[in-house]
Ligand binder design. Structure first.
Ligand code: IVH
Length: 676
């Protein structure tokens, strides 16, 4: 074991915790993972290893002790329900040695012969179904493992989940757990539809499945083609002595179970199964990310019990990400709506994880140089958490001697303007914001998209209008007249009317979506919402200083600077004025600002941790009583509202600065006093 100093371990533990928390947020809250599951597991393993070696640095709120989406806020529109039995996670094994270690731990406790159930590890979202008297009564997501969302109304539209069970010996009451997933075919179809509608595609089938479960309209869920395989039966006094017997009985009642599971008598057979499916997983029409190995005998399972995070009677062998080797046919340099240039490799089409890969992003010049990639090279492609496959390496042994280095363009491939490069960012940008056709069209496509102004125009319409000289700056959309469009190819009176009506209706789109629609760099949907609710109007937002912006919850340097430079640009201010003159919403509607009292008037409050109500509700309550929520504790902060698992860094800072730390109860008292 490598020698590590205490001070190094302390620093590295803090760094790993921070990184993992960030990745948890990207994965569970934003649903856009930035690293692959494998890379994530490696960070977690390193953290767990260091915490075990240096117990003096243990912390009850380390991410190593959390289960699943502890960080995920409960979804709006769904009721939170406590699980009867916590929904835990599985320990991971990455090699044969770790599987034998697992076996040894089990054998030490078992003291009698036992077998293993070997199963595919489905890559979807876990679900808990509760049945009483043979009828489905409730479906709950995993949530934080303790409480999940009641998604019963959406589950009803998944055909493979039976509502009424048939057959013999059905227990009076039981829970069955499994995985809801989106088969590759449905996933590809959904993403094609989303892309055509100008919406962001899902990064992977797993995110698509969990996103679909949280749709507020159950009939939309039905269209998504979700499937469900069940793998764990729980209840009091169930009449089974093995796991496989219980799962077979479940199948006879009408549940879908995996036909690929086997019973293995020893670790050699387990390893044979792992090796077989490491290869054969490619044949499956859905995503898997490993093999689950469970002790089959339920009395031995009971003897082994659970750690805080996972059962001791099971482990997951995680597959390495699937790779394919293919040829680079050419490299395109794409211009994005914000002017960023992205090199994209066109590849000889190759099947990978159930879909055909044709293109892969090379991100930027630094990445191209790091890979030392050339047109004609054979390269390894991998699918991580992202939708766009990654090129992870070049097979140099197959490189032809005379392949030239690709030349990164010095000018915009679209408008010819010399490219610029931010010194602190790896990307090249085309600075011709107002003259580069791709950037202008991209701005419109974003503006009209469903989550922004929801105007009935797709990419083809925007291109046509732009090419005909009808639109150049955003306000031009509101100047369009029927006679401008009638007569253009494919446009009839009815489609013109529909478009103009949707443009008219967009004037009622609330401020936070208008702000998002403007396409300010680094200001996504969620950030726009926070900015709108904090400042209330575009004028107050435009007048905010960088310090003011940095005080906003979840705002970082890059976002603050982007807003400052957006409002400093005269052309942008003109765009806003023109849009305002057409009647667009540049302030929150009056009734959205609920005012209950001014008990907290002028008080800046930092909210940290979990409460009996959601953080959103807490923040709304504070705002309704005149308080202002900010993200970091500073000399100006009046209170740190600290809930369960509140951030230790914030508590330390509050202590240092003498900021008053209050609990949810204190807050409620402060508010009540005023009301009575
Ligand atoms: S058994 C106590 N079996 O993997 C845990 N889980 O990483 C019992 N999963 O939360 C889970 N396929 O969502 C089990 N055949 C399988 C599975 C499976 C996928 C998921 C499940 C679990 C996660 C752990």
């Amino acid at each position: 074991m490598a020698k590590i100093s205490k001070s190094f371990a302390k620093e590295r533990i803090a760094q790993l915790r921070r990184e993992i928390e960030e990745h948890n947020h990207s994965y569970y809250v934003l649903a856009t993972p930035v690293i692959s599951d494998f890379e994530y597991d490696m960070l977690m393993l390193e953290l767990q290893g260091l915490e075990a070696r240096f117990p003096e640095f243990a912390s009850h709120d380390s991410p190593s002790l959390k289960v699943g989406s502890d960080l995920a806020d409960p979804s709006e529109g769904f009721t939170q329900v406590e699980h009867r039995y916590p929904m835990l996670s599985l320990s991971n094994s990455y090699n044969e040695g770790e599987l034998y270690d697992f076996h040894q731990r089990v054998a030490n406790v078992a003291g009698e012969p036992f077998t293993y159930s070997c199963e595919l590890k489905f890559d979807g979202t876990a679900i808990c179904l509760i049945y009483k008297e043979g009828k489905l009564v409730q479906a709950i997501t995993r949530g934080d493992g303790i409480k999940g969302d009641d998604v019963s109304r959406n589950i009803v539209s998944i055909e493979s989940i039976p509502h009424i069970l048939q057959g013999d010996n059905i227990p009076e009451e039981f829970e069955i757990r499994g995985e809801i997933f989106m088969p590759y075919e449905a996933f590809e179809r959904l993403n094609e539809e989303r892309t055509a509608a100008g919406e962001a595609p899902f990064a992977n089938p797993r995110n698509a499945a969990s996103g679909s479960l949280k749709l507020l309209n159950p009939s939309l869920v039905k269209e998504r083609g979700l499937d469900c395989i069940l793998y764990h039966l729980l209840g009091e006094d169930l009449p089974f002595s093995t796991h496989s017997e219980a799962i077979k009985a479940a199948a006879s009642w009408g549940f879908h179970i995996s036909e690929k599971s086997i019973e293995a008598k020893d670790m050699e057979e387990v390893i044979g199964y792992v090796k077989e499916w490491e290869e054969r997983r490619k044949e499956l029409p859905y995503a898997t990310d490993g093999i689950v190995i469970k002790v089959n005998q339920l009395d031995i399972q009971r003897q082994l019990g659970y750690t805080a995070k996972s059962p001791r009677w099971a482990t997951a062998f995680k597959f390495k990400p699937e790779q394919a080797l293919t040829e680079v046919l050419s490299i395109d340099y794409q211009v994005g709506r914000t002017g960023a240039i992205t090199p994209v490799a066109n590849l000889e089409p190759v099947p990978l994880s159930g879909t055909t890969v044709r293109r892969a992003s090379l991100h930027n010049l630094d990445q191209m140089e790091l890979l030392d990639i050339r047109v004609g090279d054979l390269v390894y492609v991998e699918k991580g958490g992202e939708i766009i496959p990654k090129i992870t390496g070049v097979e140099f042994s197959k490189r032809h001697a005379d392949l030239p280095k690709p030349i990164f363009p010095t000018n915009c491939p679209d408008c010819g303007t010399p490219l610029e490069r931010d010194p602190d960012q790896a990307r090249h940008y085309c600075p011709n914001r107002d003259g580069c056709p791709t950037q202008i069209k991209g701005r419109f496509i974003h503006f009209v998209s469903r989550k922004a102004m929801d105007i009935l125009a797709g990419e083809a319409t925007i291109s046509l209008f732009y090419d005909k000289g009808l639109i150049h700056t955003l306000p031009d959309l509101y100047r369009l007249k029927a006679e401008d469009i009638l007569g253009l190819e494919g446009w009839q009176q009815k489609s013109v009317d529909n478009l103009l009506t949707s443009i008219e209706q967009s004037k009622q789109v609330p401020f936070e979506r208008v702000l998002y629609a403007l396409g300010i760099r680094h200001i996504g949907e969620a950030t726009a919402r926070v900015a709108a609710s904090t400042f209330g109007s575009i004028d107050r937002l435009a007048a905010a200083s960088k310090e003011d912006l940095l005080q906003v919850d979840d705002f970082g340097e890059i976002m603050a600077e982007s807003l400052i430079s957006y409002f400093a640009d005269e052309a942008n201010r003109l765009t806003i004025e023109e849009l305002r003159s057409f009647g667009l919403q540049f302030a929150l509607a009056k009734e959205e600002k609920v005012v209950l009292s001014d008990r907290l008037k002028g008080a800046t409050i930092v909210v940290s941790g979990n409460f009996s109500i959601s953080r959103e509700e807490i923040k709304a309550l504070i705002a309704a009583h005149g308080g202002k929520c900010v993200s970091s504790v500073s000399g100006k902060t009046a209170y740190l509202l600290s809930g369960e698992k509140s951030g230790p860094e914030k508590l330390r800072r509050a202590e240092k600065l003498g900021t008053k730390v209050i609990t949810e109860e204190d807050l409620l008292k402060m508010i009540e006093e005023e009301v009575s």
